[in-house]
Design a protein around this ligand. Structure first.
Ligand SMILES: *[C@@H]1O[C@H](CO)[C@@H](O)[C@H](O)[C@H]1NC(C)=O
Ligand SMILES: *[C@@H]1O[C@H](CO)[C@@H](O)[C@H](O)[C@H]1NC(C)=O
Ligand SMILES: *[C@@H]1O[C@H](CO)[C@@H](O)[C@H](O)[C@H]1NC(C)=O
Ligand SMILES: *[C@@H]1O[C@H](CO)[C@@H](O)[C@H](O)[C@H]1NC(C)=O
Ligand SMILES: *[C@@H]1O[C@H](CO)[C@@H](O)[C@H](O)[C@H]1NC(C)=O
Ligand SMILES: *[C@@H]1O[C@H](CO)[C@@H](O)[C@H](O)[C@H]1NC(C)=O
Ligand SMILES: *[C@@H]1O[C@H](CO)[C@@H](O)[C@H](O)[C@H]1NC(C)=O
Ligand SMILES: *[C@@H]1O[C@H](CO)[C@@H](O)[C@H](O)[C@H]1NC(C)=O
Length: 484
């Protein structure tokens, strides 16, 4: 009796030890057929499910209708804007945040089914499960609260007051401490998980706006990304101080970590340069040293997560609807997968599906929503005035995506002039021909409204929904002040 108890405990301990989530210390198990990668696809309103052992896209989980088909209808009850992702340490559940409909969907990784749906406070952005594998802490950007949710039963079971605009929640490796960054405060809240209270605040971050952050595997480093100013606040959690503000580049998105040859490297996606930048950081207190920029296969790299064995880094290219697989031994892209539309977050979940699970179970509830849409990117200079100069070096990335019934046209304007109304125009391709006819049709107007560190303005997200493919020549786009 006594002996069998010990054996059971030993077996249980072995199972527990075997499951290590990334980012992880050296020695974690290799990439396995039990593992999955998930992306939160904003425009197709899906979560893409990937099998990393074969780099195979298994399908997408539909959380609602693709953008602008039924979404504005008064009868619409499903989720809108699939964005953030978190997971439970036992690999059994992920949590998906729908920013626009304020929905928190908890999904069973075994069969991709939705086990609970909770309506949270305004603009849930990123969330994670606590170490109990059940409770979910949700950062609700439109408030000063983290919502605490019962992931299995659904429902808000608590609220924690934070600084304004909490953006993401992460837990320390021992599960006892939580960290929250913000979009309206240059600080990180440190929260005691058991007491659900903010116990310490790290002040002095490089900007008030921080959409994403990441903890290193050992929990000693916190890198907090500032998209609007293109920097990352590097925090040493052993002293709870900001080490430096690392200038990473325009539209800096998500950080993550890998331990390579025994040293910690920070990887940061920098959207405007289509690259993942790699930095070596010898100790939590040292300033990171730039190593290289890994060129993305696509446009606007965003979410990023390593495999637990530190051999791979996976990056979703938001404007190319693709995931790049990076080999950390060569720091280069070795494979690219086609995923759902406009990927935001990406997570790697080890042990999501037990090896004994049959294919009909682990592909249940998967479809193809968002997987076949065409997407094109065009980068153009913005003309300043009638002399057609580009005096501010203004540029615009124009992304066109096929959605059911319409195309989505998005503009990211850079280095524009303040208080100028710009207009995008294009020439129709004529009737049945590819050669554009010599007339410019105005398609959308916008103001550059967000200051950039160079003293100009940016227009981060101008959206229009119309037919573009087959109607306008993609090489005829022009953007200039409305008055010219
Ligand atoms: C949650 O899952 C992890 C990983 O499997 C395990 O170590 C831990 O004991 C679980 N926690 C609880 C409370 O079951
Ligand atoms: C790790 O070591 C290997 C073998 O010496 C070397 O090829 C590789 O470049 C190293 N990686 C980094 C990031 O320094
Ligand atoms: C990023 O991708 C766009 C679209 O392919 C391209 O036009 C642009 O030159 C790229 N930017 C950089 C910095 O490589
Ligand atoms: C797959 O596994 C499920 C759950 O164990 C079972 O109900 C189903 O019959 C199995 N399907 C096949 C094709 O073996
Ligand atoms: C166009 O803009 C540039 C820079 O702002 C300015 O130097 C130039 O005089 C302008 N030309 C006209 C015709 O307005
Ligand atoms: C535009 O870019 C050129 C070349 O990089 C640079 O010399 C010039 O100062 C820039 N002009 C502005 C207004 O930023
Ligand atoms: C833009 O307009 C705002 C509001 O009228 C004004 O405060 C600001 O100074 C203007 N900026 C420039 C660069 O003209
Ligand atoms: C741009 O700003 C002007 C002046 O504030 C305003 O009248 C106009 O509606 C704005 N245009 C857009 C597209 O927001």
């Amino acid at each position: 009796m006594f002996l069998s108890c010990i054996l059971l405990v030993a077996a249980a301990a072995r199972n527990t030890l075997a499951l290590v989530q990334a980012p992880a210390l050296p020695g974690a198990p290799p990439i396995s057929s039990e593992d999955r990668i998930y992306t939160g696809d904003q425009s197709s309103n899906t979560v893409t499910v990937i099998k990393p052992s074969t780099n195979e896209v298994l399908g997408t989980i539909s959380l609602g209708d693709p953008r602008l088909t039924n979404l504005v209808g008064p009868q619409y009850l499903k989720s809108i804007n699939s964005h953030g992702l978190g997971f439970s340490r036992d690999g059994k559940h992920i949590v998906s945040l729908s920013v626009t409909s304020n929905t928190v969907n908890v999904i069973r990784t075994l069969d991709n089914s939705i086990v609970s749906q909770t309506f949270s406070d305004r603009a849930p952005h990123e969330a994670f499960f606590t170490a109990d594998n059940r409770t979910v802490w949700v950062a609700c950007r439109g408030t000063s609260f983290i919502n605490i949710i019962d992931g299995l039963e659904g429902g808000i079971i608590g609220r924690i007051q934070t600084a304004p605009g909490p953006s993401k929640v992460l837990f320390s490796p021992d599960g006892k401490t939580a960290y929250a960054n913000h979009i309206l405060s240059p600080s990180v809240d440190i929260i005691d998980v058991a007491n659900r209270k903010v116990t310490h605040i790290i002040h002095g971050l490089a900007d008030v706006f921080s959409s994403d952050m990441m903890l290193s595997a050992d929990g000693t480093r916190l890198w907090v990304a500032h998209k609007m100013i293109g920097k990352v606040s590097i925090i040493d959690l052993t002293t709870r101080t900001v080490v430096t503000a690392l200038a990473t580049g325009p539209e800096t998105n998500h950080p993550n970590f890998a331990i390579i040859n025994g040293t910690t490297y920070g990887f940061v996606t920098v959207a405007a340069v289509n690259a993942t930048k790699v930095y070596r950081q010898d100790t939590p207190a040292s300033s990171p040293v730039f190593i290289t920029a890994i060129e993305a296969s696509g446009v606007e790299p965003h979410g990023i997560w390593p495999s637990p064995d530190n051999t791979r880094m996976y990056v979703v290219n938001e404007h190319s609807d693709s995931v790049d697989v990076i080999d950390t031994s060569t720091l280069s892209v070795i494979d690219t997968l086609h995923v759902g539309q406009e990927g935001q977050a990406l997570v790697y979940v080890a042990g999501a599906v037990p090896a004994s699970t049959n294919v009909s179970t682990y592909t249940a509830n998967l479809g193809h929503q968002g997987l076949s849409g065409r997407v094109e990117n065009v980068l153009i200079p913005v003309v300043s005035n009638t002399s057609r100069t580009t005096a501010t070096n203004g540029s615009a990335l124009i992304t066109i995506r096929a959605l059911p019934g319409l195309d989505m046209l998005q503009i990211i304007g850079r280095h524009l002039r303040a208080n100028v109304t710009y207009v995008l125009s294009a020439s129709p391709t004529g009737y049945g021909g590819d050669k554009p006819v010599a007339v410019k049709i105005p398609l959308v107007e916008f103001n550059a409204s967000v200051p950039d560190p160079m003293g100009c303005e940016i227009a981060p997200q101008v959206l229009g929904f119309m037919k573009v493919f087959g109607v306008y020549g993609l090489n005829t786009f022009e953007i200039g002040p409305k008055s010219i």
